[in-house]
Write a protein that binds this ligand. Structure first.
Ligand code: AMP
Ligand code: MG
Length: 674
């Protein structure tokens, strides 16, 4: 579901909501209204807003957050400011002049004034785009002319061949024919989105005023603000899917094999360029022997130690003869002529030099076999062998870095790590992280009543850094639309992902959402999730600087610290994993779910929201035991300390009202197991 920000700036300007109603009450029951948004009279912004909602290719046809039909209202008149049609015409994959004709002919029957407004229809990708006048009456009259044929037109635009013949062959009928009600009934509700093009000049550059059940925006008066959020409460899994559908992997880059690679994901297989070991090497400390000599007393002729490169393999080094053995250390090259190694524990000293330094004769107590205790050339890694695969993460365990270095690989292809900007917002929030190392400077600012210490930014930055992310500290942003706009605009140009906390609830200072939509030209994909805590979690995309730049992701998380952290782990990190190049399983969507035994008291289930209960899990007697971290109020940051998991408790039903102690529960892992 796209943002539901259909609002108008002037009291008589109601075409957006009116059109929504028209589609929602259409007897075909074909339509699900996705979002309404307002766009200034700016050709680029109009084109961007419309394009961002269109299904541009076949792969996007099933994408729930994109639209089958986009309607724009306004900007179709005769003045120089009316540019909607010119803005959209270059985007049409196919113009639909007959739709426009149907609208004009029908509307002219109602009023000759219809001739004063242009209309324009076309297909962009597989989305039908209808541009109609801004007036309430004019827009709905035009739409009504083509509404009955629209479900069929959508289906036709989406058939694989792109021709309506395929559709007819399958038995679909045009509206009005006898089998219309059965075959032409859409499989799923068509997604509709209305873009209302508004004359920005008339608004003095200000964001238009919110009305009715529309989103709060910066210029709203306190008394006039909404009393209920207009954002639908999305199920958690739907919200996460929307996030991932709007997320793609970062560009690939070549990097030297270095320590900073921890957290990077390989974009190409890594191939060994050297054999490991590069020579026949001893696995133990002992004696290089000729196996067929068997047990017995032998003369010790020489020794090879690991790293003794000057002596080894030179012409002066004689071959080991039958009756001789040579001392050898772990990792040293095998003495020429020897074929196995006997470990020192399987031998005894028979004769030593007088000073006790040198071994002269040694008794070998066991029968060695050919190749015993020897690592052959390339037996750990062979030249040309794939040692790490595309999609593998270079972990903090250390093994991948070690493997790359051992295999003599100087550089690898990885997905660039996303650059993540983290900001707190709020006039009351006081910076309280102290990076000073000088004892005398280690102090915190005192708080006045009403002020709180910024706990979100330190928590999130610490967590993101520990995950190896490239983090930008964006500081604390005041609750003021101009500052928010300036800071977030800079942040989205610098970073691939921007995370803010605070300012997304129903207070009069909660300005993030309107700033995203009205000032940054962003699209809010959702503004609430049915979850406890973190209900107001908001996800938006902000267009890149130019056509070539990708959209930036903006996660506006709730201000309460536990909510912010839960949303970060459950909603933001899966997106960051996908951006980092991980191929996420559509089932688990980047989250790690485990079964655990609930080791705390019974928990009463919430009546309306599933709960993600902060807890600690530990392995005991063959099971994970999950223990609550205590009070779960979303302001209680301490409920996240010691937490390494979130237990999932569904919302209450008639049958299930409580999670009983000792019952099995699902938990999402968010930290490390200890
Ligand atoms: P808000 O969403 O801005 O209304 O904030 C909700 C609650 O979270 C308020 O009590 C805020 O004071 C608190 N809060 C907001 N930001 C932070 C922060 N960075 N650190 C700690 N608490 C915060
Ligand atoms: Mg606030």
């Amino acid at each position: 579901m796209l943002s539901d920000s259909c609002y108008s700036g002037e009291s008589d300007d109601r075409s957006g909501p009116e059109l929504c109603k028209l589609f929602e009450t259409d007897p075909s029951e074909s339509w699900k209204v996705g979002s309404c948004t307002i766009v200034p009279d700016d050709a680029t912004k109009i084109a961007e807003a419309v394009k961002s909602r269109c299904k541009l290719n076949k792969a996007q046809i099933e994408q729930q957050d994109l639209c089958d039909v986009v309607v724009t209202t306004g900007g179709t008149g005769l003045t120089s400011r009316d540019i909607t049609i010119q803005a959209l015409a270059p985007l049409y994959t196919k113009p639909l002049p007959s739709f426009s004709t149907a609208m004009v002919v029908g509307s002219l029957k109602i009023t000759p004034l219809a001739a004063l407004s242009q209309v324009s229809c076309g297909i962009i990708g597989s989305t039908i785009v209808l541009s109609v006048p801004g007036s309430r009456k004019g827009s709905s009259e035009n739409i009504q002319q083509i509404l009955p044929i629209l479900p069929h037109a959508v289906a036709t635009a989406q058939t694989e061949s792109g021709s309506s013949r395929a559709l007819h062959a399958k038995g679909s009928a045009m509206p009005g024919s006898s089998n219309h009600s059965i075959q032409d009934k859409p499989q799923r509700a068509r997604k509709l989105c209305a873009c209302h093009n508004h004359d920005s000049d008339k608004l003095d550059g200000k964001v238009p005023k919110t009305q009715g059940s529309l989103p709060v925006n910066p210029e709203t008066t306190v008394a006039g603000r909404q009393r209920k959020s207009p954002y639908p409460l999305l199920p958690f899994s739907d919200a996460l899917k929307i996030v991932l559908d709007n997320t793609s992997a970062m560009p690939v880059q070549e990097r030297a094999v270095c320590l900073d690679l921890v957290g990077n994901v390989l974009a190409k297989d890594a191939i060994a360029v050297e054999n490991v070991p590069g020579y026949r090497a001893s696995i133990v400390d002992g004696y290089a022997v000729i196996a067929s000599d068997g047990p017995g007393v032998y003369e010790v002729v020489s020794s090879t130690t690991a790293g003794d490169v000057d002596n080894y393999g030179t012409d002066t080094q004689a071959l080991l003869q039958s009756g001789q053995i040579a001392r050898i250390t772990t990792g040293a090259p095998l003495y020429p002529g020897a074929d196995s190694v006997v470990m020192v524990e399987d031998t005894e000293v028979v004769e030593a030099s007088e000073d006790g330094v040198r071994e002269i004769k040694i008794k070998v107590n066991i029968q060695a076999a050919d190749g015993d205790s020897i690592r052959d050339i390339g037996s750990d890694m062979r030249i040309g062998q794939i040692i790490l695969r595309k999609g593998d993460t270079i972990s903090d365990v250390g093994g991948e870095i070690g493997t790359l270095v051992a295999a003599g690989i100087p550089r690898i292809s990885v997905f660039r790590k996303p650059r993540v900007g983290i900001a707190s917002t709020g006039d009351e929030v006081i910076d309280s992280i102290n990076n000073s190392t000088k004892e005398k400077d280690i102090s915190l600012p005192p708080l006045k009543p009403g002020q709180i210490r910024d706990t979100n930014r330190p928590s999130l930055i610490a967590s993101a850094r520990a995950l190896g992310l490239d983090v930008v500290d964006l500081g604390i942003i005041k609750d003021d639309p101009e500052t928010l706009e300036a800071k977030l605009s800079k942040a989205t140009s610098q970073c691939d992902v921007v995370i803010t906390t605070g300012g997304v609830s129903m207070g009069e200072k909660d300005w993030i959402k309107p700033v995203i939509e009205n000032r940054l030209g962003g699209t809010i994909h959702f503004g609430r999730i049915r979850m406890k805590p973190a209900k107001p979690t908001t996800f938006a995309t902000i267009p890149g600087q130019d056509d070539a730049s990708p959209n930036k992701l903006l996660f506006a998380l709730p201000g309460n610290p536990a909510s912010a952290m839960v949303a970060f782990h459950l909603v933001v990190l899966p997106a960051i994993k996908k951006m980092s190049g991980l191929d996420l399983d559509p089932e688990t969507m980047g989250l790690t779910k485990l079964k655990a035994i609930w080791g705390s008291d019974d928990v009463k289930l919430d009546k309306v929201r599933p709960e993600f209960h902060r807890c600690n899990i530990a392995w005991k007697d063959g099971k994970f035991i999950a223990r609550s971290t205590g009070g779960q109020r979303s302001s209680r940051v301490a409920s996240m300390s010691y937490a390494n998991a979130l237990a999932y408790f569904p919302q209450a039903t008639e049958e299930l009202k409580t999670i009983a102690s000792r019952s099995e529960v699902d938990v999402y892992l968010v930290g490390k197991l200890q």
